[in-house]
Design a protein around this ligand. Structure first.
Ligand code: NAD
Ligand code: DAU
Length: 339
């Protein structure tokens, strides 16, 4: 099979490329990525040596480029990871999120209509459900929870989901959607909570915790997300939505303290800064459907995954030093300078 992975030079997409090269050695994996600030060819170094892997630079919102992709590569499966993914950036400047996340999705779907596809899979997020109150630990997001978004990022992802469902119903395109909770692991871009805190702590820099740090995220090791998507591709039913999560809820402040403890750094590095606008309080996935229908279980416990992740950052300084020494520095100064 020819499997196109859009956004495969980013955090989860690249982990998925490596997962698929290992799990499905007979299939050809084609990464289609615009290489925005979040895309990184260094991440794909090892994949580039594999015969079954091909990289194509391109924009999912560019119709001509996507048309060429379909004509040249004749994909059987599309897995769409490509997105602008950072909530804080979407609050600063929403427009690019609409172009890539919404228009880009519709361009891919139009190509599926024109050329045909065995499966179009949309990598969505639990953020489309909005948030849950902190004092109701009994509540979880299920696949039937209404979409109710908070940030321009989550609104753009929810819009894309609606388009995917509309194309499924109207044009009978065989689609699936997965909505996963927060991922962590290797190749996570330094702007996101866990890598940002690891890298700042290593530099004895302040750790900027938004507000009181009481917001809760439901963390999943990235490889478990990859195994879930592969299972949805092989066993999932067209037209269905699958939530992905491992019941691992943590307050941000507790995650930050674990990182400091692992690195032997003092809690005095923590600095409470101005809260994120519209900050979602709690995410929590109910993964009953994917567990019962497809038999998916996560393998990595947070206690192990966070240690492995910290170790990975310690062993791959070149990877992240390259990132933080470039344009990222301007972003950091702009985002945290006046907070
Ligand atoms: P990321 O920002 O690390 O990577 C995004 C990738 O998409 C980059 O390689 C970038 O170059 C590429 N890209 C951006 N715009 C593009 C365009 N117009 N055309 C082609 N490529 C483009 O993101 P991530 O954290 O790996 O997230 C991947 C997907 O998973 C996203 O759709 C995101 O919404 C979803 N998701 C992320 C998480 C998480 O915790 N990170 C959780 C659930 C769902
Ligand atoms: O839930 C899935 C989503 O998880 C994905 O759809 C998004 O693409 C992904 O970026 C992630 O969104 P979050 O906003 O939850 O992740 P982020 O790492 O930006 O923030 C996690 C929490 O940490 C959030 O409550 C905000 C807080 N935070 C974040 C940063 C960057 C801080 O307190 N300080 C920070 O500097």
């Amino acid at each position: 099979m020819n499997i196109v992975v859009t956004g495969g030079a980013g955090f989860i997409g690249a982990n998925f490329v490596y997962y698929m090269l290992k799990q499905r050695p007979a299939d050809k994996i084609i990464c289609f990525d615009k290489l925005t600030y979040a895309g990184n060819m260094a991440t794909l170094d090892k994949a580039m040596t594999k015969e079954k892997f091909k990289f194509i630079r391109g924009d999912i919102a560019d119709r001509r480029a996507v048309d060429k992709l379909f004509r040249d590569e004749k994909p059987d499966i599309i897995v769409n990871f490509a997105a602008e993914s950072h909530v804080d950036r979407s609050i600063e400047d929403p427009e690019l999120f609409l172009r890539t996340n919404i228009l880009g999705t519709s361009v891919l779907l139009d190509a599926c209509r024109k050329y045909g596809i065995d499966r179009y899979h949309q990598v969505s997020t639990d953020e489309v459900y909005g948030d849950l109150p902190l004092d109701r630990p009994d509540l979880f997001f299920t696949e039937t929870t209404p979409l109710h978004t908070s940030s321009p990022y989550s609104a753009s992802k929810a819009s894309a989901d609606l388009l995917v469902q509309a194309y499924s119903r109207t044009y009978k395109i065989p689609v699936t959607i997965s909505r996963c909770s927060n991922n962590y692991g290797p190749f996570h871009f330094p702007e996101k909570l866990i890598p940002l805190m690891i890298i700042n702590a290593l530099h004895d820099k302040k750790l900027p915790v938004y507000g009181k740090g009481e917001n809760v995220r439901d963390w999943l090791y990235v490889k478990d997300h990859c195994s879930a998507i592969n299972l949805v591709l092989t066993k999932g039913k067209a037209g269905e939505v699958y939530n992905i999560g491992g019941h691992n809820e943590r307050r941000n402040i507790d995650v930050v303290k674990i990182i400091l403890k692992e690195l032997g750094k003092p809690e005095s590095l923590i600095e409470h800064v101005e809260d994120r606008k519209g900050h979602d309080r709690r995410y929590a996935i109910d993964p009953t459907k994917i567990r019962n229908d497809l038999g998916w279980e996560p393998e990595t416990k947070f206690e192990d995954g966070i240690k492995q992740t910290i170790q990975w950052y310690l062993e791959h300084k070149d990877w992240w030093e390259n990132i933080i020494s470039g344009e990222y520095q301007n972003y950091y100064d702009k985002m945290y300078g006046n907070r």
